[in-house]
Write a protein that binds this ligand. Structure first.
Ligand code: GLN
Length: 483
C-alpha cells in the first residue's frame, strides 16, 4: 500500500523527508518484477527512473520551482513516442523501431518533472478490447489472472491497478482507456477530442484518438489532464481553448456539506440499460443513482436514440481511417522488412503479411473495403452521416442535462480466450464507450463496486465537449462521498 492518497500528499511528504523518492521508485520497480507474469510492461526503464528520482528529489527539496508532477511515477502506453526508446505499438512490424522524438504529451509530463518508468503493452496498434492482440503476448487482469484486463490500453490499467506506478497514460479511440479502467478497478479519463495534442501518438483513427490518464483518484487525473492539455502547433486538430486549473476547481466541491455550487443535472440514457447488461452492473449503477437522488441531484431519464448504430458506425469509420494510416508500414523506410522478397511488390506484401497481426489485417481489409469505389457511398459516407446524428443526440441531451451517467461496460472482465475467436462478440464490448469518441466528448470511468466474483464494476460519466470541469467535479464528489 502506498502511504499517500494522491500526488499532492506525496509531494508534501517528499518535501518533508517522510518519503524518499528513490525508495518509492524502487518500490514500483519491485512490484513490476513481482507482477511480471501479468505482462503489463513492454519495456521498463529502471536506470533512467532511478536517475530521475535522485535529480527530481533534490529539485523538490532545494528549490521552490519544481514541476506540478514532480516525482509522480508514470507508465506510458507503447503507442506514444518517447525519445530514444522503442515504439512498437505492440506490433512485430515496429519491433525494432526507436523513437526520434517525444510526443507532446510526454514532453509536457517531463517538463513538469514526472518520472517515466516504462512503456506498457496494448492491443496491436490499439485495436482490441482485451489486450490479447499484442505481439508481446496477452496481458492478465491483476484481480483474476485468468481474465483479460480489457483493452486496448490493458497494460496501462494493469500497471496502475497492481501498484507499479502512480499513474499511466493510455489512448482511447473507442473506449480503450475507460473499458480497461473498468475491468481493472481504476479511474480512466478520455478527454475531449482535441484537448490533448496527438503529436507523437501513433495514429489508429485520427478523428477519434485521444490521450488520457489512468489513476487511483480523481485529483491525479485532473492534475495530469491539466498538464497534458492545450493547443500544440504540431497537431492542427488540437484545440485553442484555455485549459482550466482542473485541480483547483475540485475545491468547489464542498465536501463538508456533501454539496457543491451549481449542482449538475444528470441524464440517464435509457438505451444504455437494455438487454445484455450484466444484472450486477445494473444493480450497482442503480444503487449509485439512488444515492445521487438522495443527495439532492436532479437525475432524469433521457434518450440518445441513435445509440444502436454506434458500434457499426464506429467500426466503419475507424477501420477506414486505420487502413489509410497503416499504409505507411510498408517495409521500405522503417519497421519490419521481410527477408524473403525478390522484388518491390513482394517486399511490400510479405513485410505487411508477416509484420501485422490478425486483427490489424482484418481492420485494414474492412477499412479498404468501405472506402473502395462502389462501396464508399453505401458504407463510409453513410457512416459519416450517422456520426452526425449521434453527435446531434448528445447536443440535444446536453441542452437538458450537464452530465450523462451510464455503465462503462456491459460485462465485467471476461475470461482470456472467451471472445477472441468471435470478433463481433469482442466489438460488442464497446457498446457504451464508442459513442463518446464518435461525438468527440469526454468520458471517465469511476470504479464503483465489485461483483460477487470480486471483479471491478465501472460507472461512466460523459460531459459536453470541453466540459471536463463538470466531469471531474462530479467524479470527485462521487469518490469522496458515495463510494
Ligand atoms: N476496443 C475498441 C477497438 O477495438 C477501442 C480501441 C481503442 O479505443 N483504441 O477498436
Amino acid at each position: 500500500m502506498l502511504n499517500y492518497k494522491n500526488h499532492q500528499e506525496k509531494l508534501e511528504k517528499i518535501k518533508s523527508g517522510e518519503i524518499s523518492l528513490s525508495e518509492n521508485v524502487k518500490h514500483f520497480l519491485k512490484n513490476i518484477e513481482a507482477n511480471k507474469k501479468l505482462n503489463a510492461f513492454n519495456f521498463v526503464f529502471s536506470e533512467d527512473a532511478l536517475k530521475d528520482a535522485e535529480l527530481i528529489e533534490t529539485k523538490i527539496k532545494s528549490s521552490s520551482s519544481c514541476g506540478k508532477l514532480a516525482g509522480m511515477v508514470i507508465a506510458i502506453k507503447d503507442v506514444l513516442a518517447l525519445k530514444d526508446k522503442p515504439l512498437t505499438c505492440s506490433s512485430k512490424i515496429l519491433k525494432d523501431f526507436v523513437s526520434l522524438y517525444n510526443a507532446t504529451a510526454i514532453n509536457k509530463l517531463k517538463e513538469q518533472d514526472a518520472i517515466i518508468i516504462g512503456k506498457t503493452s496494448c492491443d496491436e496498434f490499439a485495436m482490441g478490447s482485451s489486450n490479447e492482440n499484442s505481439a508481446f503476448g496477452p496481458v492478465l487482469n491483476p484481480v483474476d489472472p485468468s481474465r483479460v484486463p480489457g483493452g486496448s490500453s490493458g497494460g496501462s490499467a494493469v500497471a496502475v491497478a497492481s501498484e507499479c506506478c502512480d499513474a499511466a497514460l493510455g489512448t482511447d479511440t473507442g473506449g480503450s482507456i475507460r473499458q480497461p479502467a473498468a475491468f481493472c478497478g481504476v479511474f480512466g479519463l478520455k478527454p475531449t477530442y482535441g484537448r490533448v495534442s496527438r503529436f507523437g501518438l501513433t495514429a489508429f483513427a485520427s478523428s477519434f484518438d485521444s490521450i488520457g490518464p489512468f489513476t487511483n483518484n480523481v485529483e491525479d487525473a485532473s492534475l495530469i489532464l491539466e498538464v497534458i492539455s492545450g493547443k500544440d502547433c504540431l497537431d492542427s486538430t488540437s484545440a485553442d481553448i484555455p485549459v482550466p486549473d482542473f485541480q483547483k476547481l475540485l475545491d468547489d466541491v464542498n465536501l463538508a456539506s456533501g454539496d457543491y455550487n451549481g449542482k449538475p443535472r444528470i441524464g440517464i440514457p435509457k438505451e444504455y440499460f437494455g438487454q445484455g447488461l450484466n444484472p450486477e452492473i445494473r444493480e450497482s449503477i442503480e444503487n449509485l443513482i439512488g444515492k445521487l437522488k438522495t443527495s439532492g441531484f436532479e437525475v432524469k431519464e433521457i434518450s440518445l436514440p441513435h445509440t444502436e448504430y454506434s458500434i457499426a458506425t464506429y467500426y466503419i469509420l475507424t477501420t477506414a481511417e486505420a487502413s489509410s494510416n497503416l499504409a505507411r508500414y510498408d517495409g521500405a523506410r522503417y519497421g519490419y522488412r521481410s527477408s524473403e522478397s525478390h522484388n518491390l511488390k513482394q517486399m511490400y506484401t510479405l513485410s505487411r503479411s508477416e509484420g501485422f497481426g490478425k486483427e490489424v489485417k482484418r481492420r485494414i481489409m474492412l477499412g479498404t473495403y468501405v472506402l473502395s469505389a462502389g462501396y464508399y457511398d453505401a458504407y463510409y459516407k453513410k457512416a459519416q452521416k450517422v456520426r452526425r446524428l449521434l453527435k446531434n443526440d448528445f447536443d440535444n441531451a446536453f441542452s437538458e442535462v450537464d452530465l450523462i451517467l451510464t455503465p462503462t461496460t456491459p460485462s465485467t472482465a471476461f475470461k482470456i480466450g472467451e471472445k477472441s475467436s468471435d470478433p463481433l462478440e469482442m466489438y460488442l464490448n464497446d457498446i457504451y464507450t464508442t459513442s463518446a469518441n464518435l461525438a468527440g466528448i469526454p468520458g471517465i470511468n469511476i470504479p464503483i463496486a465489485t461483483s460477487s466474483e470480486g471483479l471491478p464494476i465501472g460507472l461512466q460519466l460523459m460531459a459536453n465537449q470541453f466540459n471536463e470541469t463538470a466531469l471531474l467535479k462530479m467524479s470527485y464528489y462521487i469518490q469522496k462521498n458515495l463510494l
